[in-house]
Design a protein around this ligand. Structure first.
Ligand code: ACO
Length: 425
């Protein structure tokens, strides 16, 4: 029990303990008992829900999905198996895995009418805009499935979204470069199939190396969920109103787009390119960041929750090095990134603020070396995050006690005033 004194009155609030011993105070009765609300701008200290999907210990750089460490999953699992784990809460047995995999294959094609929607977008439309619009559109093609509460329809909707988001994303890219859309190939595994739809030509099929598909699997595994981040909280908020899975996930895509969130993977590579092209030294660039020159941050550094290394960045750095070694390629941007990292980690500005590389610091370089164009980077993040958004939608939708999300505010505007007719103003 936690005790608070408000206006001379003592109020008791239950203490909540999570399964990893995290502590919270349940203040849901504060307003009804005292007239006060809590104010926590940007939710830096607000637990918005109880969730059994992902555990993060930001002080020690720990990330687990459903109890499994991210390091072990990245090493041993595939994106599809991890997606199943995140959504359903356990690793699938052979039968469950095959069923899930068959559902993904059965739903990988888009309705042919979909082409007309693509034709409505200008060539230069950002693929994130196309993705969010198209995810909502997917729901329109099978409305009877998402509108009822039959559990097997959840399975179909989840599989459709995971499978088709990849088809939609690749098709958006093909349209943007004026190339024909490639149909998915049922013989290819998830990552390989995506790369085929991105890079095959009708006259020449694309074959990715195992190192490339492994790196892409790791990239997606590491993006599969990250508890109550900006886009997932958006998905939960929209879902809490009773909105369907497609609408909720489309909202998640919009939230992810910003450069402080999913857009950071693109922003990191743009930053590295600028450093390379301008010839500025890494030290001088870091000094500019420290002077807080307008609009300048060390992109891919810092995190609301991790006050230590983001464990995903270490795994991705290794995956990138392995992929480059296998192909015999080098990437001058990797050298700049590593120098930046070393410089920042030695610098008092970053040390005292506990700013470490986050998931985006190396993820963009993986994508670049796979050949993914820059404006598709955040789309790649969205494909990976889909299982997490679906799992959170499920958690909200299956909670019989779920209420609509509705934060309060402290009003700071004008007090009551009288309307003045237009001519007298
Ligand atoms: N470069 C320079 N300074 C930084 C950085 C950075 N990347 N990140 C934080 N700081 C500074 C802030 O200016 C602030 O300094 P001050 O104390 O002198 O005012 C201090 O560190 C605390 O930062 P906040 O902005 O309060 O941290 P917050 O938790 O609100 O933001 C965020 C976290 C958005 C990730 C921030 O660190 C950032 O903008 N990083 C760069 C963008 C990025 O990489 N985003 C991806 C995040 S991971 C993801 O969403 C997938």
């Amino acid at each position: 029990m936690a005790r608070m004194e408000v206006d001379g009155k003592f109020l008791d609030f239950p203490e909540i303990t999570g399964s990893e011993n995290e502590k919270a105070i349940d203040i849901s009765k504060l307003r009804s008992e005292s007239g006060y609300i809590t104010l926590d701008d940007s939710f830096g200290n607000t637990g918005s829900c109880r969730s059994a999907i992902t555990y993060i210990d930001g002080a020690n750089g720990v990330l687990r999905y459903r109890g499994y460490s991210i390091e072990e999953l990245a090493e041993k699992s595939s994106f599809i198996e991890t997606a199943y784990l995140v959504i359903y809460g356990h690793l699938p047995n052979r039968e469950e895995y095959d069923r899930f995999s068959d559902l993904l294959t059965a739903h990988e094609m888009l309705d042919e009418d979909y082409r007309k929607h693509y034709e409505g977008f200008p060539r230069k439309a950002h693929p994130m805009a196309i993705l969010s619009a198209m995810i909502n559109t997917l729901g329109c093609y099978d409305p009877e499935h998402f509108l009822d509460e039959d559990v097997s329809h959840f399975d179909i909707n989840a599989a459709r979204l995971i499978s088709q988001v990849r088809t939609v994303a690749a098709a958006a890219y093909r349209m943007s470069v004026g190339q024909p859309m490639m149909y998915p190939s049922p013989d290819r595994l998830y990552a390989n199939n995506f790369l085929h739809m991105m890079f095959s030509q009708p006259y020449k099929l694309f074959e990715a190396t195992p190192e490339v598909t492994q790196a892409l699997n790791k990239f997606w595994i590491l993006h599969a969920d990250h508890e109550q981040n900006c886009s997932t909280s958006t998905v939960r908020l929209v879902a809490s109103s009773g909105a369907n899975m497609y609408a909720s996930c489309a909202a998640g895509v919009c939230a992810l787009w910003g450069k402080l969130h999913g857009g950071a993977n693109q922003a990191v590579v743009e930053m590295l390119l600028k450093i390379q092209e301008s010839g500025i030294s890494v030290k001088d660039f870091v000094d500019k960041v420290k002077r807080k020159e307008p609009g300048l941050k060390l992109m891919g550094f810092g995190h609301r929750v991790y006050k230590n290394f983001d464990p995903r960045s270490k795994i991705l750095q290794k995956a990138l090095q392995k992929m480059l070694k296998a192909s015999g390629q080098t990437d001058p941007l990797l050298d700049i990134a590593q120098e930046l990292e070393e410089c920042a980690l030695r610098d008092e500005y970053f040390i005292e603020r506990k700013l470490y590389p986050n998931v985006d610091f190396y993820s963009g370089l993986i994508l670049r070396n796979i050949g993914i164009p820059l404006n598709m980077f955040t789309v790649m993040f969205a494909i990976g995050r889909m299982p997490g958004w679906i799992a959170h939608w499920k958690e909200i939708s299956e909670n019989p006690k779920q209420r609509i999300y509705r934060p309060r505010q402290i009003y700071t505007g004008e007090n009551l005033r009288s309307y003045i007719p237009l001519d007298e103003r």
